[in-house]
Write a protein that binds this ligand. Structure first.
Ligand SMILES: Cc1cc2nc3c(=O)[nH]c(=O)nc-3n(C[C@H](O)[C@H](O)[C@H](O)COP(=O)(O)O)c2cc1C
Length: 362
């Protein structure tokens, strides 16, 4: 009912607020025997963290994961895994002004209408701080998927405002603070972000995610479609306003002769479908692309109302991401991994006896 859990077999429930004492998650349904230790969460949490460059929010959280349950002598036991991260860098006084006003474009107004009460400190539950726990849970999913099936999930920033990559190299992605796939454009991105920050405004972005090594057969028809679950998972990320699978909206202008992915004994000739047909994986790379809106908390004054319904001018202070898309890459990877993990287990539960069916295209 309250929708803080997702997944049918690999079920993740998150809890906590941006400026509360801690955030955490409970992962139920993880297969037993997977080796995991606290230090393994470091790399992905650092990739998502704020304060790593001048181009993201300057909040500095330690993001130390504590494993509270479900792991014994370094291996998952099959019982619920509880992960906890204590918040250490809250600065709630920055949010004094939004206690009685609503930021245009943020969730203040809709949360207020729904619950009649809200935790305004740092945006409370609507803050992307919550996504830390999705990234943490996905560390386990990514590891299991890689070890069991050789699945690799990677993402990159595919557009920042009006700037698109002019080249592509996976190796470049982890070498710059933007997750940008073309190193030569990084100075241009830095200049753009510096100018944006000075202007007090924000900008939107696109993030692409690719999962390689996904075997054919994952996903279910009709209401459990892999693409349907992926779309919901991606859309659940804060600030996401659009999701594409494969060619997505470009399919509108395509012909059938162009879009269909023809097959030969050598494999598929293309991947317009994004690795999913009929809601079920084909064995090709599963691809998703998301559109993130520009950050609503900006220094440029905007019209709003206060709790009394009176007109006010809102200027949002505090530490904010001028482009939320920059830090969204590891979050989008996490959502892809969590959905794939759940579907891997669902497929194994129903169709584990089917085995490999021929022909199997490469
Ligand atoms: C990585 C990430 C960081 C974000 N940081 C901020 C931020 O600093 N300030 C802000 O106003 N919104 C930020 N957001 C977006 C808000 O959380 C989001 O716009 C808000 O919860 C309203 O939800 P909606 O945009 O999905 O409708 C961020 C989103 C992501 C994915």
């Amino acid at each position: 009912m309250s929708s803080n859990s997702f997944g049918k077999i690999f079920t993740v429930t998150t809890f906590g607020e941006s400026h509360g004492p801690a955030i955490g998650c409970v992962i139920d349904g993880c297969p037993p025997g997977l080796p995991i230790e606290e230090s393994e969460f470091r790399a992905d949490l650092d990739r998502r963290a704020t304060g790593k460059s001048r181009h993201t929010s300057q909040r500095r959280e330690a993001d130390e994961v504590e494993i509270l349950s479900g792991v014994y002598e370094g291996r998952t036991t099959g019982t619920p895994i509880a992960l906890l991260i204590r918040n250490t860098d809250q600065r709630s006084k920055d949010y004094g002004d939004i206690v009685s006003t609503f930021r245009p474009g943020h969730a203040d107004y809709s949360y207020w209408q729904k619950y009649g009460i809200r935790d305004p400190r740092g945006g409370g539950r609507s803050s992307a701080r919550e996504t830390t726990m999705r990234v943490a849970a996905a560390v386990i999913a990514k590891k299991w998927l890689a070890e069991r099936y050789g699945v690799r999930v990677r993402g990159y920033l595919a557009q920042l405002g009006g700037i698109a990559p002019q080249g592509f190299d996976w190796d470049a992605v982890e070498q710059n603070p933007f997750f940008w796939p073309h190193a030569a454009q990084v100075p241009e991105l830095e200049k753009t972000m510096d100018a944006l920050r000075k202007s007090g405004d924000s900008v939107g972005a696109r993030v692409n995610v690719v999962a390689e090594g996904v075997p054919p057969g994952w996903g279910e028809p009709i209401y459990g479609k892999l693409d349907g679950d992926l779309a919901a998972a991606m859309m659940s990320i804060n600030a996401v306003k659009g999701v594409e699978i494969g060619d997505g909206f470009a399919a509108v202008a395509q012909r059938g002769s162009e879009h269909r992915d023809e097959m030969s004994p050598a494999g598929f000739a293309s991947n317009h479908a994004g690795g999913i047909l009929g809601g079920i994986s084909t064995g090709q790379a599963v691809t998703a692309s998301i559109a993130l809106k520009p950050t609503s908390s900006i220094l440029i004054p905007g019209h709003s109302v206060n709790l009394a319904g009176e007109p006010v001018e809102v200027v949002t202070k505090g530490r904010h991401d001028p482009c939320v898309g920059i830090r969204a890459t590891p979050i989008a990877e996490a959502m892809m991994a969590l959905v794939l993990m759940d579907h891997a287990l669902r497929h194994r539960a129903q169709c584990g006896d089917v085995g490999e069916v021929s022909p199997r295209l490469a």
